[in-house]
Unconditional design. Structure first.
Length: 691
């Protein structure tokens, strides 16, 4: 070094500069270099030595072009040459240490002339730390922007400062739309206030909350998220920001439920598989055990299905199984479970049945859906099932037993030639077929004119004068003789035949009273029982009106008896409905009163003209003081609401006297008369009329 300057001169120049700069350089954090236009170093400070790993003496023998790596030596020389004296030049570069390692620098240099020589002074700063920080920030920003998770940054008051691209995509909001708003703008409304309170408590206590949460997109759609919220604190421990990471787990959830579905459903028919069926049955058994009701399990196996598979091939077989699934599905109530256990075996779970015959009704319907042939790939195929039925708890109290016994019953259906059903308990099969016999006979009973109308007189308690008669139906069965309503009314209600029967009874009774009155016999009123099924049917009012018109019976001669339970079950409908009847002039009695838990306030709103105390409360009078009290309470209630009260089932003098003394308006019962056919009842009428 120092080839172009003599060493004495060099020393002088250095001394001169040093005297001016040295105090400043002492405290300088930057490396200081003094070099000539060729890059020969004349002077450095300690910082330069520290940065570059040379001793001062070594460094004075190094050329600047060997240190600076970013620009080529030629460019550097050029640069120095072009420097304008007195004007600082800023630059960035990469310096090389003695050990060969490099580090980023930033510097500025300035050229000056002294004693006829051009020198360059440079102050160079190691920017490793800053570059690293910048790089980190840049990386963080890249991560922030490109993360698949949504990121929300808020200030300490939870005002949104920024959100990333992913959050924009997830929520549908742009950054501008949410800026300075609260993250609660994404609230789904699916969580209670307490949920959010717990969340904030956790953030305050632990600095973090994570969990599953439902948020709402701009579109209004709610979606499930996995969310982490962290509080960011400064050195003093004060929260400056909250950062929230949001993963949209909609698809995860969807996949989960898809997998769940696949695990529990049969892929061919998409019906529940054995796994799900067993689970449902087990659940149903628990409920049935608790609520003391019966369950029906129908096991169905296609007859000769193997032959179809063998002769026409599996694809045809598969199509049939699918069609069977579809047809069966139309036959079940929403609460029941239809499943395919495998092969050509289907099961149907009837979660609550009132009696085993109910399962046989379903089995009948199932048989019906096989009446039409299945059309598969140009083939018209007749397929029939064999059905076995087991009933909880009679035929088993656990899943395995119930399924096994239904399966056994199915085999006895097969043994009978298929296309039929059998109960595991043969007695049920008999009952069911008896019921079916009765049902088909009941269907023809109306047209065969097998119903009879009986009349039971009702009397005024005080005067013992006839006030009216209750109309009670009987069925004159060709083989079984005269059947009481208990034998067929429920069946008629279940099959809907009650509509025809009820209308027939109403018609018969109305024309009978008209007939008697035309003969001058004084029957003031007939009471006709009406089933819930009739009331539920729209057009009942019109039917009543039509019957009155056709028979010439006046509305005020007619009273309809409706059971208490029926009105209470259909509270809102009932008021309007009964109102309609009252407007027509028809009287309304609540039958079996005291058994249906009427609310008194409700009773007040009903346009009712009579309460009939249920026979069960009369029965044990005067021996049972509770019943007596109930009867008295009903009487008091009737009085306060100004509704007449009729006691039914009066069988003894004591009952009669008790009711008379407590102010009961009317009485009816075997003590006075059993229900009588018209030709016998007319005798009572005649006597009454004479008196
Ligand atoms: P209900 O409306 O409570 O009718 C009174 C029942 O009590 C009648 O039985 C009657 O024969 C019986 N009974 C009357 N007095 C006495 C008595 O002193 N002691 C005893 N032990 N029983 C007495 P029935 O005729 O067998 O009718 C039974 C039920 O069938 C009726 O109960 C009613 O709910 C229903 N029913 C009868 N006819 C019809 C009808 O035409 N349509 C509808 N929907 N239901 C009817
Ligand atoms: Ca009645
Ligand atoms: Ca009754």
């Amino acid at each position: 070094m120092g080839k172009s300057l003599e060493s004495t001169l060099k020393q002088r120049l250095v001394d001169d500069c040093e005297s001016r700069l040295r105090p400043f350089l002492e405290y300088c954090a930057d490396a200081y270099f003094l070099h000539d236009l060729e890059g020969n170093i004349l002077d450095v400070n300690q910082t330069a030595c520290d940065h570059l790993g040379y001793t001062r003496a070594e460094l004075l023998n190094v050329n600047v072009t060997e240190i600076e790596q970013l620009s080529s030596p030629k460019d550097l020389l050029n640069e120095w040459k072009l420097l304008v004296p007195g004007k600082p030049h800023l630059w960035t570069g990469i310096n090389r240490r003695k050990d060969g390692s490099t580090f980023p620098v930033e510097g500025h240099n300035q050229r000056f002339e002294t004693q006829g020589h051009s020198l360059v002074v440079a102050l160079v700063r190691d920017v490793t730390e800053r570059k690293l920080a910048e790089e980190k920030l840049r990386q963080a920003a890249t991560v922030f922007e490109n993360a698949t998770e949504g990121v929300i940054v808020t200030d300490a008051e939870a005002n949104i400062v920024t959100i990333n691209k992913a959050m924009t995509k997830i929520s549908g909001h742009s950054e501008a739309e949410v800026f300075s708003k609260k993250p609660s703008l994404w609230k789904s409304g699916r969580h209670q206030q307490a949920f959010y309170q717990d969340m904030w408590t956790s953030i305050q206590q632990t600095g973090q909350w994570r969990g599953e949460i439902w948020n709402r997109r701009k579109s209004g759609e709610a979606f499930p998220c996995w969310q982490t919220i962290s509080a960011i604190k400064d050195d003093a421990g004060n929260v400056t920001h909250y950062v929230s990471i949001v993963s949209d787990i909609t698809t995860v959830k969807e996949t989960q439920s898809k997998i769940e579905h696949l695990a529990h459903h049969d892929s061919l028919t998409d019906l529940p598989n054995r796994l799900l069926f067993n689970a449902r049955l087990e659940h149903a058994i628990r409920i049935a055990h608790r609520d003391q009701h019966q369950i029906g399990l129908i096991f169905l196996d296609l007859d000769n299905f193997k032959r179809i598979n063998d002769s026409l091939g599996h694809p045809v077989g598969d199509c049939i199984l699918q069609s069977v699934g579809v047809r069966l599905n139309t036959q079940i109530r929403e609460v029941d479970t239809l499943a395919r256990l495998g092969g050509d075996e289907f099961t149907l779970l009837l979660e609550e049945i009132a009696h085993p015959e109910e399962a046989s009704i379903v089995a009948e319907k199932v048989l019906d859906i096989f009446n039409n042939p299945f059309e598969v790939k140009g083939h018209q195929l007749h397929v029939t099932p064999s059905i076995g039925i087991s009933v909880y708890p009679e035929d088993g109290e656990d899943v395995t037993t119930l399924v096994r016994n239904a399966d056994t019953a199915m085999y006895s259906a097969k043994a009978k030639g298929g296309n039929t059903y059998q109960f595991y308990t043969s007695e049920f099969t008999e009952k069911a077929s008896e019921r079916i016999r009765l049902e088909s006979q009941l269907r023809y009973a109306v047209e065969r004119n097998e119903f009879r109308v009986y009349y039971q007189p009702q009397y005024n308690s005080q005067t013992v004068r006839l006030t009216g008669a209750e109309v009670l139906v009987r069925w004159q069965h060709p083989d079984l003789g005269l059947l009481a309503p208990a034998k067929f009314i429920t069946l008629a209600e279940e099959t809907g035949l009650i509509l025809t029967i009820g209308e027939w009874v109403l018609h018969a009774a109305c024309s009978q009273i008209k007939n008697w009155r035309d003969q001058g016999l004084n029957l003031q009123r007939i009471s006709v029982n009406v089933s819930g099924k009739q009331l539920q049917r729209s057009g009942f009012l019109e039917t009543v009106q039509a019957v009155l018109d056709e028979t010439g019976c006046r509305a005020q001669w007619l009273e309809l008896e409706v059971t208490e339970g029926l009105i209470m079950n259909q509270a809102d409908k009932a008021i309007g409905f009964l109102q309609g009847l009252r407007e027509m002039g028809v009287a309304i009695a609540i039958d079996d009163f005291g058994t249906g838990y009427s609310s008194l306030s409700y009773l007040k709103q009903l346009p009712v003209t009579k309460l009939k105390i249920d026979r069960s409360f009369i029965q044990d009078i005067p021996h049972d003081s509770d019943d007596q009290a109930i009867a008295e309470a009903i009487l008091a209630l009737g009085k306060s609401l100004q509704i007449k009260v009729c006691a039914e089932g009066v069988e003894s003098e004591e009952q009669k006297m008790f009711l008379k003394s407590t102010g009961c308006d009317e009485q009816q019962g075997f003590l006075y008369s059993r229900p009588l056919p018209a030709n016998e009842f007319i005798e009572i009428l005649k006597k009454e009329t004479v008196i």
